[in-house]
Design a binder for this molecule. Sequence first.
Ligand code: SF4
Ligand code: F3S
Ligand code: FES
Length: 236
Amino acid sequence: MQITLEIFRYNPEAGRTKPAYDIFTVEAEPTDRVLDLLEYIKDYQDGTLSFRRSCAHGVCGSDAMRINGANSLACKVLVKDVGSNHIKVEPLLGLPIVKDLVVDMEPFFESYRSVLPYMINDEVPADGKERLQSQEERERFDDTTKCILCAACTTSCPSFWADERYVGPAAIVNGHRFVFDSRDQGAQERLNVLADEMGVWRCRTAFNCTVACPREIHVTRAIAEVKQAITTGKVD
Ligand code: SF4
Ligand code: F3S
Ligand code: FES
């Protein structure tokens, strides 16, 4: 089958300062991934096309982009699933564009770092070796351990589009991962950050984040649980 790709282009270093779209036509199998088509274009039609990718298997989170308007990982979207022979590919919304489909992820990671996304516990474990946890305690935050930091959620959120200082769903998910971990002692510190003016209360329960998440994390539910922890002071 023949697929037409309409790809967003921008490259201030080469004089392409006005965002525009280039059209490419490629032969594809229904089971090809959109990432395969981008790789083909880069290899055989236009070597200047820029996009991020690494694992090509939905693990690294580096190739999130807008595919026919929906935030997705290009390596996880099959041509047959797009439902059209015309595929529009654009960079994520709300982050500065560096070149073509590459956005500056630094503001996203700044928010991520603000929630202290690491274990905080300086106490020596009871047996001197390891911090034990029951299956139920581990299950409590299992869903939010699946995040691959692709930014598909945050860049689909209308509250983030309205004010990029909003910490965003990805940072809240990663705060949740540690707030509800029975081995961690930094919950209150994180909740203080997330209770801030740019924290969880900016969420208007739009659910775009949950729809966009390629790991099928219940993002909006995680945000609701963090809101509840802030209001009740309970993290169990
Ligand atoms: Fe990506 Fe989902 Fe993590 Fe958001 S929560 S950064 S969409 S994996
Ligand atoms: Fe945004 Fe998700 Fe809340 S899309 S408004 S963070 S539910
Ligand atoms: Fe790694 Fe798509 S290239 S998630």
